[in-house]
Ligand binder design. Structure first.
Ligand SMILES: [Zn+2]
Length: 226
């Protein structure tokens, strides 16, 4: 059993994290070998697995959130197009941001167990990564990699899963987002609404009162996914 570490759950404690020079990412120390194993499996199938994003701190997620709420960073609709959030009510602003960005303190990337990955057999060095569903399907540059990943995850030896595989009306589908199940399922259970509320109450968060007033609904729709 893993002792509960509230700082780690909220992205405030980096003591369990390690850096992987090979993958160029920061990750929970217990998730490193499993991720390296997955990368080796990908390599033996002819793919280079790359990590686009791994651990993200509370402060970093807070900056993303506040910049979106202030209109300094684009907020996207379901089609991935930027929307004008100035015309939205405060409540609608909150839910529009949540479609693509986690609430600070509630990002699975805080735990060091979750990574955004992409991969291909031959990566064009000029290619600008977008992390869109279109890239993972059909003629997309990572479609073959995701096809392989489907089989790999179904087979289960790596213990990674896709928490945002399906659109449940909360977080938009993110097939590139992988979660290391043995740790992430524990952390997901340990992150309670009360813990999150306590942290947000003492944070300089844009739209804070609306978030706190709607936290129960937000928690059910966007955070509690397993
Ligand atoms: Zn992600």
């Amino acid at each position: 059993m893993i002792d509960q570490n509230n700082g780690l759950l909220l992205g405030l404690d980096e003591r369990e994290l390690v850096d992987s020079p090979l993958l160029g990412c920061r990750i929970h120390r217990q998730g490193l070998d499993p991720l390296l194993f997955l990368a080796e499996r990908a390599a033996s199938a002819g793919f280079i697995l790359k990590v686009a994003s791994s651990y993200r701190s509370f402060e970093r997620q807070l900056l993303i959130w506040n910049n979106k709420a202030r209109g300094l960073r684009p907020v996207l609709n379901d089609a991935g197009e930027a929307i004008d959030i100035n015309v939205l009510s405060e409540r609608d602003k909150v839910f529009a941001i949540l479609r693509w960005s986690a609430l600070p303190g509630a990002s699975r990337h805080h735990w060091g167990t979750d990574v955004d990955v992409y991969g291909s057999a031959h990566m064009d060095p000029e290619y600008q990564l977008q992390l869109t569903v279109a890239e993972t399907q059909g003629d997309g540059p990572f479609a073959e990699f995701h096809c392989w990943l489907n089989d790999e995850l179904a087979q289960g030896s790596s213990n990674f899963f896709r928490p945002y595989a399906q659109d449940r009306g909360g977080v938009a589908p993110e097939p590139w987002h992988l979660s290391y199940a043995p740790l992430a399922t524990i952390f997901s259970r340990q992150l309670t609404q009360d813990l999150l509320r306590g942290q947000l109450e003492q944070t300089d968060l844009e739209l804070k009162q609306v978030v706190l007033d709607n936290l129960d609904e937000i928690f059910q729709q966007f955070i509690r996914i397993d």
